[in-house]
Design a protein around this ligand. Structure first.
Ligand code: HEM
Length: 154
């Protein structure tokens, strides 16, 4: 089944709300990731040498925002084109960064769970199963594109 207008709307609407609270939600996102997979700490340059998740680290915020924003863009593309299209150079870059950092398949599931929990927190009582489904599908397709590129380069 294709990605509906309603699904695109749910993702866009939640991202609009979340955008107002980036620092706190970025922190929440990484807290969730490390709660699910403590070992993932060693992957991130801004986490590996600290005991606590840094409060105002630009790299941490950047990764959180990239994941959220790109998933939101993926949702728009899914509705418009029926597939996620990441431009060649961006996809190549994404593939090589993650490959080089030692990211593997299961990490994408961890980040997905962290993302869903963060959207849930971010939107409060607007959270619903359909919103979860829309974010999940958009993320899965984006993650698949990145992983396909990683496999190509490996
Ligand atoms: C770096 C995006 C999933 C770990 C990056 C960068 C981007 C990006 C754009 C470049 C640096 C930046 O601008 O922040 C994404 C997207 C993802 C995703 C869109 C999923 C859809 C993951 C996953 C992991 C991961 C699953 C592993 C848990 C990293 C690491 C770096 C990085 C370790 C290097 C950051 C550093 O240490 O400074 N990612 N990423 N990413 N990503 Fe991801």
């Amino acid at each position: 089944m294709g990605f509906s207008e309603k699904q695109e709307e749910l993702v866009k609407e939640s991202w609009e709300i979340m955008k107002e609270d980036i620092p706190a939600l970025s922190l929440h996102f990484f807290t969730q990731i490390l709660e699910i997979a403590p070992a993932a700490k060693g992957l991130f340059s801004f986490l590996k040498d600290t005991d606590e998740i840094p409060q105002n680290n630009p790299k941490l915020k950047s990764h959180a925002v990239k994941v959220f924003k790109m998933t939101c863009e993926a949702a728009i593309q899914l509705r418009e084109k029926g597939e996620v299209v990441v431009s060649g150079s961006t996809l190549k870059y994404l593939g090589s960064v993650h490959l080089q950092k030692g990211v593997v398949g299961p990490h994408f599931e961890v980040v997905k769970e962290g993302l869903l929990r963060t959207v849930e927190k971010g939107v409060g009582d607007k959270w619903c199963e359909d919103m979860k489904g829309a974010w999940s599908e958009a993320y899965d397709q984006l993650a698949a594109a990145i992983q396909a590129e990683m496999n190509k380069e490996a």
